[in-house]
Structure formats: structure tokens, C-alpha cells
Design a protein around this ligand. Structure first.
Ligand code: HEM
Length: 165
């Protein structure tokens, strides 16, 4: 791969990371607290959050896929050399990063699965009792927090790789 090709791949990887991490943080730090001041109804807040989540997924899921494709492309030569993977710190950090990415995908998949179509329809048509919404909300918040923490941890391992520690 030439230097300019590598730069373009890294650029795409960085833009996708900015969309994924920036978007999740925006929802957690800016949008979610603001939503609390907009209405006291938990039901209404969940309905708005579902619509925001649905919209965000349209860019977040492709970003995550692009991150995996460009990341694996950048590292495919090293990944095909298991001895180097385990004997260098770069290889070890790369393995940890990939494990964290797998954990991220699983958490995100569970997060999306919790608000399945039937659950979503029940909330949207005001057919879910408030106690059930409360339970669901707690689960979604925890899963969202794990997603953000994992993403930040992945960025740390990306920095270790970049610095050649
Ligand atoms: C299977 C998934 C992934 C693989 C295999 C992968 C692999 C890599 C590799 C090899 C690098 C280059 C490090 C270097 O400079 O030597 C890198 C950089 C980076 N990755 Fe990933 N990555 C993946 C997913 C992600 C995800 C999900 C994020 C965001 C949360 C992310 C964010 C970054 C960032 C910000 C950099 C720094 C760019 C640089 O300086 O090169 N990566 N990644």
C-alpha cells in the first residue's frame, strides 16, 4: 500500500470513528439531559429517544461497519502472522482492540434488540405500562453507557497503536 492510500484509509477510519463516538456522546451528554427538561412524561421521552436512536442508527451502523472494514484492511498483514501478533506489544494491543470491538458490537446488538419492533410499537402507541417502561429505560441506559465506555477504551488502544508503545 502506498503512503497516500494508507492516509486515505486512516482518514476514512477516523471520520467513521468521529461519527460513531461523537454521535453516541452527543446523545448521552447533550441530548439526553436536554430531553429531561423538555417533558416530565417518561413515555414521551422514550418515544422521542426511539426516534432519535432510529435516525442515529442509519449513520452509526454503516460507520461501525466502515471502522471494521478499514481497521481490518490496515491490519490484515499483521493479522496473518500469528507469531508477530503475540510477540509484539503492537500485536497484543491490536488483539485487545479487536476483542473490545467484538464486545462493542454485542452490546450494541443487545441494545438495539431490547427495543424490538413489537416493543417499539407498544411504546409508540402508549400501550406499555409505566413500570415496564421504567425497567426498559434502565436497561437501555446501562447498555448505552457500556457502549460509550467501550468506544472510549477502543480509542485508547488506537492511541497506543498509533504511538507505537
Ligand atoms: C475490527 C475493528 C478495528 C480494527 C481491526 C482497527 C484497527 C486499527 C489499526 C490497525 C489502526 C492503526 C494504528 C496505527 O497507527 O498503527 C487503527 C487506528 C485507529 N482506530 Fe481502529 N480499528 C478497529 C475499530 C475501531 C473502532 C470501533 C474505533 C472507534 C471507536 C476505532 C478508532 C480508531 C482511531 C481513532 C484510530 C487512530 C488513527 C491512527 O492514528 O492511525 N477503530 N485502528
Amino acid at each position: 500500500m502506498t503512503a497516500i492510500e494508507q492516509a486515505i484509509i486512516t482518514w476514512i477510519h477516523l471520520v467513521a470513528a468521529a461519527i460513531w463516538v461523537g454521535g453516541s456522546l452527543f446523545i448521552g451528554i447533550v441530548f439526553s439531559p436536554l430531553l429531561k427538561t423538555m417533558t416530565n412524561s417518561i413515555e414521551e421521552r422514550m418515544q422521542i429517544m426511539i426516534r432519535v436512536g432510529r435516525r442515529f442508527n442509519k449513520v452509526a451502523v454503516p460507520s461501525l461497519i466502515i471502522l471494521m472494514v478499514t481497521g481490518l484492511y490496515t491490519s490484515h498483514v499483521l493479522l496473518s502472522k500469528p507469531d508477530l501478533l503475540v510477540s509484539t506489544s503492537y500485536g497484543t494491543f491490536l488483539i485487545i482492540k479487536i476483542i473490545l470491538v467484538i464486545a462493542l458490537i454485542v452490546t450494541y446488538a443487545v441494545h438495539v434488540r431490547v427495543i424490538r419492533k413489537d416493543v417499539e410499537e407498544k411504546i409508540m402507541s402508549n400501550q406499555m405500562p409505566e413500570s415496564e417502561i421504567q425497567k426498559l429505560r434502565k436497561k437501555i441506559i446501562i447498555l448505552g453507557e457500556i457502549t460509550v465506555v467501550l468506544s472510549i477504551a477502543i480509542l485508547f488502544f488506537a492511541s497506543l497503536l498509533d504511538a507505537g508503545v
